[in-house]
Every structure is written in C-alpha cells, then in structure tokens.
Design a binder for this molecule. Structure first.
Ligand code: PLP
Ligand code: SF4
Length: 377
C-alpha cells in the first residue's frame, strides 16, 4: 500500500508527525510562533501529556489570546494550580473497577479502556491523571481479565470503548477487539467514545470504517466543544460514520471561556445536528479534576445557559446537562427545573419564554368526572 503524500488515507499520520508531539516540540513551536507564554506551559508539559495534530493547530487564531481552540490544546500554567476539593480520580473510575482497564458502575453497561493514548491531549481532560500514569498503548493480553469479566457478566448489554481514545488503535487492533466483543452473546451494542473526529478527523478513513463495521449495533459518541471544531474534515469524518450506519451522538463539556456563552453553545448544538448529524447527548458539567478550575463554571451558570437554549433551538439540539458525581456515584441530571409550584394535581410551570403557566392534571380517578353520553369532552 502506498504511503506517499498523494495517498489521502495516510493523511492522519502526517497530521500527527507535523503537529506537536510532546512538550519539547511545543516549546519549539511556540518559539517559532513568537509566543511568550512558554515559561509556565513548559512546566505543565513536564507534568501532563501534550499532543496536538497539525490540523487542529491550524484552527488556532494566534492573534486571540482567548481563542477557544487554543485553550483546549495549548498547556496553561493554571493547570498546575490544584484547589482543595479537587480530585485525582474525579468521577470514581477506580471505585468501580473490578479488573484493570474496566469500570462497571451501572448494571447494563461497562467501560473498557483499550488504550490511554489520545490523538490530542485536551487540557480539560477529566482522566488526565490516569492518562499520565498509564502511558501504555493497546495490548490484547492486558485486556484479557477485562474481557473475561465482560463474558462472565451476562447482565451487560453495552460495552463502551473509551480511554484514551479507542480510535487511536490501528485498524487491525480495533477489528481484533471488535471481533472479541462480537463473540460475547449477551452484548447488544458497542459504544465508542472518541475525540478523533474532532482532533484528528483524517483518521476516520474508509479502512477504519470497515474495521469498525459490526454485527452489533454501533454507536459513536464524539466530543465537540466549540462550533469552530466543526471543520470540513470533521464533516467528512462524521458523514462517513453515519453512512456506515453507526448511531452518531455527541457529548460536550461545559468549559468557561470556550462554550459558556449562549450564542456559542447554540451555534455548537445546531452545528452538531445540522452539519454533522450528531445528536447532542450529554453536556457535562466540568468535573473536579485537579488543575482545571480555570475551565469550571458554576452549576447555576450552566442552568442559566440551558434555560436560555430551551425553545430557542430545536429540541433535537438539546443535550442533557449532567454532573458525574465523585466516588463513582454516577451521573445526575442537573438541568433547570421548570416546576415553579406543585400542590396535588395542580402545578405551576415556568414557560420557555419566561412566563408562568398554571396546569391541572386530569386523570380518570374514581369519583371524579361524570359519564358523558355524547362522547364529547
Ligand atoms: C457515563 C458512564 C456510563 C454511561 O452512562 P450512560 O448514562 O448510559 O451514557 C457507563 N459507565 C460509566 C462508568 C460511566 O461513567
Ligand atoms: S480525547 Fe478524551 S480522554 Fe483524551 S485527552 Fe481528550 S478528553 Fe481526555
């Protein structure tokens, strides 16, 4: 197979090679770009992994110090500021990990982490500590205890591949893992949580699509956080995923200074549906990960944002705003409540437009209502 520059399906490898692959390369890159913030960022690069594909770097507007693409990719000295109350394992992956590489918190679905490698290391990542500690890539042998656990737990229906990024596996590695999962009779769905369609969309090649094709229902959950991440390449990647028949969803993280303004979030959510065909699934409140407080909004701010979106954008574009509780207690929906008051069957609701609506429930309870011989109501 040709690997020359004219072969379009090898573009992703060049995209990685020409990008920033570690902290040392970032320092050189910033020097070339005339960036002066390098001092603090260098120390961050020693502590947390750095990798940015060339195509993602190309979307940064260097004239804007608050550029939302830059904030997600370029280390910031504030990542070394750890606040009391922040956690090493913010959502309790460890609390429900019976064997390495697996987290089983809910009865019917489990997470499998086939690799801790990502195509880009997001500055806001909630697993950044695990990603740092477990530098290793994929090995089927390392997954055997997790696969045996999945085989033994017949209540499992969905197997969620996460990481790290499962689409950083080679086509052959992915296909081998998929075949192992297909042979487990109680599984119904493979869910793939990936940022590759955002950070390295050229990786979604026809060969990868073939490797992902499965007798099991396959759902791909992308991770777009800003409308400017919906690039031409990302559109192509998502079209390929949909044309292959995969269910396409997106989860975003609410990030201060990136997507916490109503106009930006509305444009992101509409872009997901109208340009990518990716249904917004969860909007995650920023976790208690150490060193990401500069990305954190308050829950009240998140609720106000959700209230502003309701009715303004299509219901198809609305995500569910959730908080993943520490210690492995799971996700709770924290979106705004529209209930203003409630007394028995009498309710008062806030309307999307800011009014109040008094509503009375009508139920077929004994003793209420009368027979209506005309059948009219
Ligand atoms: C988020 C998560 C899931 C998936 O939850 P859904 O609500 O089904 O999307 C499963 N397991 C763990 C450990 C999770 O953190
Ligand atoms: S791709 Fe996902 S796991 Fe990897 S660094 Fe980004 S948020 Fe973390």
């Amino acid at each position: 197979m040709s690997e020359g520059p004219s072969d379009p399906d090898r573009r992703w490898q060049r995209d990685l090679q020409r990008g920033v692959r570690n902290a040392a390369e970032l320092a050189k890159f910033e020097e070339r770009a005339g960036e002066l913030e390098g001092d603090g960022a260098g120390a961050v690069g020693d502590r947390f992994k750095v990798r940015i594909p060339a195509s993602y770097l190309a979307h940064i507007d260097w004239s804007d110090p608050d550029d939302p693409i830059r904030k997600q990719a370029i280390p910031d000295p504030r990542e070394l500021v750890f606040l009391p109350g922040e956690l090493l394992d913010p959502i309790g992956d460890e609390a429900h990990s019976p064997v390495p590489h697996l987290t089983h918190r809910y009865p019917t679905r489990a997470l499998l982490v086939p690799t801790y490698i990502c195509s880009m290391y997001c500055r806001h990542c909630f697993r950044k500590e695990a990603i740092n500690d477990e530098g290793t890539g994929f090995s089927m042998a390392a997954l055997e205890p997790a696969l045996a656990y999945i085989e033994a737990h017949t209540e499992l229906r969905e197997l969620i591949l996460t990481g790290g990024d499962p689409l950083t596996l080679s086509d052959l590695q992915y296909a081998a893992l998929r075949e192992r999962l297909e042979a487990i009779p109680h599984l119904r769905m493979i869910r793939v949580h990936t940022r590759v369609p955002v950070s390295l969309p050229t990786r979604v090649t026809p060969e990868l699509i073939t490797a992902m094709g499965s007798s099991l229902m396959t759902c791909v959950v992308t991770h777009f956080n800003h409308p400017r991440e919906i690039s031409e390449e990302a559109i192509v990647a998502c079209r390929r995923l949909r044309e292959a028949g995969f269910m396409l969803l997106n989860q975003s993280v609410l990030l201060a200074g990136v997507n916490d303004r109503l106009e930006v979030m509305a444009e992101l959510l509409e872009g997901l549906v109208y340009k990518l065909g990716a249904k917004p699934y969860y909007l995650h409140h920023c976790d208690l990960t150490r060193g990401v407080s500069h990305f954190r909004t308050s829950i009240e701010q998140g609720r106000a944002l959700l209230r502003g979106l309701r009715g303004r954008i299509s219901g198809l574009c609305m995500p569910e705003y959730v908080l993943d509780l520490p210690g492995g207690d799971g996700k709770v929906p924290i979106g705004p409540s529209y209930e203003q008051a409630h007394d028995g069957r009498r309710w008062c609701f806030h309307t999307w437009a800011g009014g109040l609506h008094h509503y009375r429930e009508v139920l077929p309870s004994a003793g209420l209502g009368t027979l209506d011989p005309d059948g009219s109501r």
